[in-house]
Design a protein around this ligand. Structure first.
Ligand SMILES: [Cu+2]
Length: 188
């Protein structure tokens, strides 16, 4: 066993073998490639949020959500307003410990601008079961251009630990077909 008190045995003073230098060189070049990839991905990669980011006070965002809800509300779901906005419009989702408001009813294949913000602490927007994740930060209004590509009843789960009720923070998005199915056997 080596204690560090005696000199190590072996020929440690001999210069590194050629093949060892080669591996170090390869590793260094790869490090440089990854280093260059970081800014490259940032500017050229397709993973950046497609939307807009603005500063917003919690009060102002809350007001926008209230106006949005009042304009397009179609019902209630367990105490939460259900909102069916017109195609192509700005839609809002407000995160607050420990709720997502309102419930959104959207159309498949239609583009919306989804505004996300929090009125208290950081929350995480996670669309289940689809792997869509986004940070919801107080003070910022993130406008994401979204086009639902599947119909269904989806859950929004908070993926940023936000407090004692974090695990209860579940919202809902309903996506329906753009054209309602034509009734069969109708009059000509
Ligand atoms: Cu949370």
């Amino acid at each position: 066993m080596h204690t560090g008190l005696e000199a190590p045995t072996g020929k440690w003073w001999v210069p590194a073998h050629k093949s060892e230098k080669m591996w170090v060189t390869i590793a260094f070049i790869w490090c440089m490639v990854l280093f260059i990839m970081m800014p490259l991905w940032h500017w050229k990669g397709g993973q950046n949020p497609s939307g807009i980011r603005r500063r917003v006070t919690p009060e102002a965002f809350q007001k926008r959500v209230s106006e949005f809800t009042a304009a397009y509300q179609v019902g209630y779901d367990r105490g939460f307003p259900v909102v069916e906005p017109p195609p192509g419009s700005d839609i809002y989702l407000l995160a607050r410990s420990f709720t997502w408001t309102p419930v959104l009813k959207l159309k498949k294949g239609v583009e919306y601008t989804l505004h996300l913000s929090s009125v208290d602490v950081n929350h995480g927007f996670s669309l289940y079961p689809i792997n869509v994740n986004f940070q919801v930060v107080p003070g910022y209004d993130y406008g994401l251009r979204v086009t639902p590509n599947a119909t269904g009843d989806f859950r929004i789960i908070c993926n940023e630990f936000c407090g004692i009720g974090h695990h209860l923070m579940v919202g809902r998005v309903i996506v329906e077909d753009a054209e309602p199915t034509a009734p069969t056997g109708g009059a000509r």
